[in-house]
Design a protein around this ligand. Structure first.
Ligand code: AMP
Length: 276
């Protein structure tokens, strides 16, 4: 595996197909599974590792975000990655005069709670696409709204890249893997799986109509509050638009963001009508 620190060193060979996985490092099985899928579908698998400052808001965890290039490089290599692109901030942002702002799908949920977050994400992903020039790019559905934002950006700007969205990888107790899980204290780590459990409770309740969607959501929020979460949002949304819905007439997702101690966790569970 080649570790590349500068944009100039990345030379795209257009005779091969290239699968690309953008990341912020602190790898876990969720990242590694994206890398393996990329490698299995392409001649070359490339991963970017860049803790992107522009997608963090003031008071967020940019400074303390876990960083360990040596460990990450070893893990990426073991997943079959060919190129690890790990630029520093001055490589990526010699200036910040151009931004990509996706409207509509960015307004609610993560966009509402983290102003500017998706502009930072869209801008860095567009830059990375231009730098790496992938055949296809792989993202995790754990960041469901991010998938929609990138899908919209690629369509609106006619970017020549195929997008693949892969299933969320979970710990054995259901907690969605995340680089931020290392922030959890032991006691909060034991509570954290409640989040996914509540997503499943809501899904089951919605499917059998055991109560109204509003009351299923508010009961789950109450139970999460009772064990120590502070819920930013918990909603049933249309999978394409992320607008709240109250009847299951289209593919949907239950989405959640909640804080536990100083850790903010997000998760979601899709409900696909044709797989019911
Ligand atoms: P990050 O390093 O957190 O920016 O994540 C890099 C990529 O890995 C994004 O496309 C994420 O959606 C994806 N990812 C993060 N956690 C998981 C997970 N538990 N399962 C699948 N993909 C994930």
């Amino acid at each position: 595996m080649k570790i590349v620190r500068s944009i100039a060193e990345l030379k795209r060979d257009h005779s091969v197909s290239l699968g690309f996985v953008p990341t912020m490092g602190a790898f876990h099985e969720g990242h590694l599974s994206l890398m393996r899928v990329a490698k299995s579908h392409h001649d070359v698998a490339a991963v970017s590792l860049f803790v992107n400052p522009t997608q963090f808001g003031q008071g967020e965890d940019f400074e303390r975000y876990p960083r360990n290039l040596d460990r990450d490089a070893e893990m990426a290599e073991s997943a079959g990655v060919d190129i690890l692109f790990a630029p520093d901030v001055s490589q990526m942002y010699p200036r910040k005069t151009t931004e990509i702002q996706v409207s509509g799908v960015t307004e609610r949920w993560e966009g509402g709670h983290r102003p500017g977050h998706f502009t930072g994400v869209a801008t860095v992903v567009a830059k990375l696409f231009n730098i790496v020039q992938p055949t296809a790019a792989y993202f995790g559905q754990k960041d469901l709204q991010q998938c929609l934002v990138i899908q919209r950006m690629v369509a609106d700007l006619n970017l020549p890249v195929e997008l693949k969205f892969e299933e969320t990888v979970r710990e054995s107790d259901g907690l969605a893997m995340s680089s931020r899980n290392v922030y959890l204290s032991d006691s909060n780590r034991a509570i954290a799986p409640n989040l996914y459990q509540e997503l499943k409770n809501i899904r089951d309740g919605v499917l059998v109509k055991s109560a109204s969607v509003d009351s299923l959501l508010s009961s789950a929020i109450n139970r999460l509050n009772a064990v120590g979460f502070t819920v930013d949002y918990l909603e049933l949304v249309d999978l394409d638009t992320m607008a709240p819905i109250r009847d299951l007439e289209q593919d949907a997702a239950i989405i959640v963001a909640a804080r536990l101690g100083s850790t903010r966790l997000i998760d979601n569970l899709r409900i696909l009508l044709n797989s019911l």
